[in-house]
Ligand binder design. Sequence first.
Ligand code: NAD
Length: 497
Amino acid sequence: MHSTLPLYINGEFTPSKAERTIPVTNPATQLTLTNAPCATNQEVERAIGSAKAAFASWKETPSPERARLMLRYQQLLKEHHDELAEILSQETGKVFADAKGDVWRGIEVVEQACNISSLMMGETAENVARDIDTYSYIQPLGVCAGITPFNFPAMIPLWMFPLAIACGNTFVLKPSEQDPMTPMRLAELFDEAGFPKGLLQVVHGDKEQVDQIINHPDIKAISFVGSAHVGQHIYRTGTHNLKRVQCMTGAKNHMVVMPDANKQQVINHLVGASVGAAGQRCMAISVAVFVGESKAWIPEIKAAIANVKPGLWNDEDAGFGPVISPQAKSRILSLIEQGRKEGANCELDGSSFTLPEYPEGNWVGPTLFSGVTPDMTIYKEEIFGPVLLTMESESLENAVTLVNQNPYGNGTSIFTESGSAARYFQHNIEVGQVGINVPIPVPLPFFSFTGWKNSFYGDHHAYGKQGVRFYTETKTVTSRWFDEDALHGPNMTITLK
Ligand code: NAD
């Protein structure tokens, strides 16, 4: 591994002249794995310039040719699946099976991008007026940019650049400075797949590089995934600069548990969905709302969650790894403390959990609160740690009202055996991704990732048909071929004659 990561500009992995670097550490040991250089102003400029130059010929490349290159990329990602997962585990702390899942959910999006010729088909209508036909084409935008978070360093970059590039755009990726090694390996495999130079650029850094990208006149569209406050900044700045922007942001996801649900299924799914990946998933269940008598299951859920042990990435018995950084850990611990102070019952407290062999790790054990109310800080804030809040509701209607009053709307689920309860829930809930007996309903990439409310700022969502819409323009052509013999006088109206 390089002691400092290179940048990927115009098909070359080049060392940065950065004056500032950010250490990338293993969250279980604090050992520095590599350093992320904060790309200089000129380097970011060069990356955008090279993407702009490459766009001129890439947009003319026939879509089946683009798809064939994407197929080769997909094959390489599959061949390197374990290796990618291992790199990902080192820098995120994720356990290996979960790291493989992170890579796999990205590969699925690349698979979908291989279908780009069909996805970019327009519409046609014959004889919309006498002898006039109308048809539409979908065309790429130009240089697009992606800014990604730490928690899915394979899946989320793969939500973005493969589809954007398959559509005929070129791309500048600024991955999270906390785990840029996986995205860099994704770029190496992209390079190996044989794409022309300059389609994908990777520049490292933080706010400074992001601000340069989102203010740059040659960037046509910005995809962002990360926290709500940064997403709001990027959405405001990007749209102010008249760019197309999609921001997938924070979350507080509820699972509503009906008393008729299968108890064992509830327990099994709630455990994985709440503390799995140390709760660092934007679709993690962070609040379980027990309707009526189902509250009697809380002690069993507590026992099941208490059984999950954090551990190293290659420990097959470990349920999840450390959280990403000491700063993330101290924020989680202070929220747990705040929860106690505000009167919630901390039934299970993972604050002091540690692995004796790895005392430096950012460990937080599974934590469970009961008696949580909507005014508490632990309910209002996204904790992003292995902390499950439990609440109680008299009825399904009240539970739905509670979920709808939450400002976030990323994901939610209901566990029930009643079709009518499920139907009521799916129809009335104001959340963009709904699971029925499915705890983490992340749609596969032929659908789109459709968070609502404060979990999303923009118009078109990530991947699927909406992703294609986001990265393209529609051009509608109205066409007539004159018959020499049929001459008409001037048409002074706007009607088609
Ligand atoms: P973050 O917002 O701190 O960072 C995300 C990206 O923004 C990084 O590349 C970072 O360098 C950059 N950034 C950070 N501060 C910035 C600033 N002030 N100005 C400009 N750029 C800045 O997010 P994170 O901690 O890496 O990721 C966790 C967050 O991401 C959680 O809130 C989680 O819910 C959210 N998330 C959302 C989704 C979704 O699809 N809705 C998916 C995954 C993660």
